[in-house]
Design a protein around this ligand. Structure first.
Ligand SMILES: [Fe+2]
Length: 258
């Protein structure tokens, strides 16, 4: 049987992808939901997160934000022009999208500043112990994993779920209006850009991974990719957990109740 996959259906419909990819997405759905249901986002929306957790969130994710184009570059290094349709697709996409990431680190700092956290804190404060797992995982899989594994963990899984939580937070009028009008637009730029309103990046990444893997990858390869997706979601969840724990630990009681 011809293992070659070339998408013919719409980019953003799961049925356009091979059965194994549909099964993988379904298998990972509950883990993805655990990120979306994390209380961090709900509290951010309600402006009840408090200074400690907000700072730990902004500082804790920063190494990942700063390094994100680097993960893409590490994956780009694995491509070889002309080797396969998947390689060519990945190469073109990564080259183009690394450039898109150019200003996102600065926008993250703008978001933090708008939320009252100085630039120097983001740049120089040591992140809370236990929040480094997400960046470490992305670095590891982008360095040592296959091209498909690196892209599914970062550009598909993390970008996908980040698009969803960004939209969830950005949809909150209360949250948006918590920023000073003079800096509101610049503060919210990162969130707005990453909100999944019409973001096709995770779909494009899935399309590339399926082109690389074909219609019938070995069972072990599918299991590995599925684990990569889940590990990305879990890393994001653990980072959220750690920020929430810190929120209670600092004062010895729930900050919002004070
Ligand atoms: Fe970005």
């Amino acid at each position: 049987m011809n293992n070659h996959f070339e998408r013919t259906g719409p980019l953003t419909e799961l049925t356009s992808y091979p059965q194994w990819a549909q099964d993988m997405v379904a298998d990972c759905e509950s883990t993805k939901q655990s990120v979306m249901e994390h209380e961090l986002w709900a509290m951010m929306r309600e402006c009840t997160l408090g200074d400690v957790a907000t700072t730990n969130f902004m500082v804790g994710i920063w190494p990942f934000i700063e390094r994100f184009p680097g993960y893409m570059a590490l994956n780009l290094l694995k491509t070889q022009y002309g080797r396969s349709a998947g390689d060519d697709k990945a190469r073109r996409w990564l080259v183009r999208n690394i450039r898109v990431e150019q200003n996102h680190a600065e926008y993250w700092i703008n978001w933090a500043e708008g939320a009252g956290i100085p630039r120097s804190t983001i740049l120089h404060r040591k992140a809370l112990h236990g929040t480094g797992g997400l960046a470490a995982w992305c670095e590891e899989i982008s360095t040592h994993g296959t091209l498909a594994a690196g892209m599914i963990a970062t550009n598909y899984a993390i970008e996908g779920v980040t698009g969803d939580w960004s939209q969830f937070v950005h949809d909150s009028v209360k949250y948006r209006e918590s920023f000073e009008p003079s800096v509101r637009a610049s503060s919210l730029r990162w969130l707005h850009l990453h909100a999944a309103y019409d973001d096709v990046h995770p779909w494009e990444a899935l399309d590339i991974v399926c082109t690389l893997m074909g219609l019938e990858p070995a069972a072990g390869e599918i299991i590995h990719l599925t684990e990569c997706v889940k590990r990305s979601y879990k890393s994001m969840c653990m980072l959220g957990d750690r920020c929430m724990q810190s929120r209670q630990a600092v004062n010895g009681f729930d900050e919002a109740a004070a």
